[in-house]
Design a protein around this ligand. Structure first.
Ligand SMILES: Nc1ncnc2c1ncn2[C@@H]1O[C@H](COP(=O)(O)OP(=O)(O)O)[C@@H](O)[C@H]1O
Ligand SMILES: [Mg+2]
Length: 246
């Protein structure tokens, strides 16, 4: 089953009297285990597409299905469930809470998940270990480097064991070395733990490390570039085992 399916999805925004067509009839699928980059110049619709995938927004026309369910048919509560159980989000400016430690930041999304304090701590520790930051658990964001902060943001996205992690230009504020090591980390989590990643970037340095690249131009998905190389543990069935299915 596709995790996410766009069928002729169009998204329009009304800006005063002007209508902006941010996405224009997009067809697109994400399968379990994918590692996909959405590229395209500024204003081409990347953020709009990620917001739709993450069910933070709904299409103006066409159909969006997530885990086989048509988004329009879901009520607010079912949508909340879907968002908090299916997706992990990473934002360009990290969005960490300055007064909380790395571990507390990572544990935040778990507050919606009815876990004991001990389970929350254990899950946060596990997620920090996955991004090699276990020994920085008690550090606050201002005590960490930009690259480390972005890894905390990845740990926070991982902690709920989501089906899919969405990252909007996650490397935009990092230097080349940190940007490349962030992509290597995402690739490792993809191949070792089967985490599906969809991220936007207009950073060409990163693209040769990505197995599937789609390109947006003026709201249209113009090029789909599928590299043949798959991850070592590339069978979708082995990659979905770790996750609870809703
Ligand atoms: N909330 C909004 N209201 C009005 N226009 C928007 C809104 N969000 C995005 N747009 C417009 O939609 C187009 C695509 O934007 P966006 O998805 O942010 O592109 P990208 O992330 O590739 O830079 C742009 O023309 C942008 O100005
Ligand atoms: Mg954007």
């Amino acid at each position: 089953m596709n995790l996410v399916e766009f069928a002729s999805v169009t998204k329009r925004y009304q800006l005063g009297d002007v209508e902006v067509v941010a996405l224009n009839g997009v067809d697109f699928q994400i399968q379990p285990g994918d590692f996909v980059a959405i590229t395209g110049p500024s204003g081409s619709g990347k953020t709009t597409m990620l917001n739709l995938i993450g069910c933070l927004d709904a299409p103006s026309a066409g159909e969006l299905r997530v885990m086989g369910k048509t988004i329009e048919a879901l009520g607010e509560q079912a949508l909340d469930q879907l968002r908090s159980r299916t997706f992990g989000m990473i934002f360009q400016n990290f969005n960490l809470i300055p007064v909380l430690t790395a571990e507390e930041n990572v544990a935040l999304p778990l507050h919606l998940h009815n876990l004991s304090r001990q389970d929350m701590r254990q899950r946060a520790t596990e997620a920090l270990r996955a991004v090699d930051l276990e020994r920085f658990a008690t550090f606050r964001p201002d005590q960490l480097s930009g690259g480390q902060r972005q890894r905390v943001a990845i740990a926070r996205a991982l902690v709920t064991r989501p089906q899919l992690i969405l990252a909007d230009e996650p490397t935009a504020s990092l230097d080349t070395a940190n940007a490349l090591s962030l992509v290597e980390l995402m690739k490792r989590l993809n191949s070792e733990q089967g985490v599906t990643f969809v991220f936007s970037t207009h950073d060409d340095r990163l693209l040769r490390h990505v197995s599937r690249i789609v390109e947006l131009r003026d709201g249209k998905l113009t090029v789909t570039h599928e590299q043949t190389k798959r991850t070592e543990h590339g069978s979708p069935s082995s990659q979905t085992n770790r996750y609870e299915v809703m």
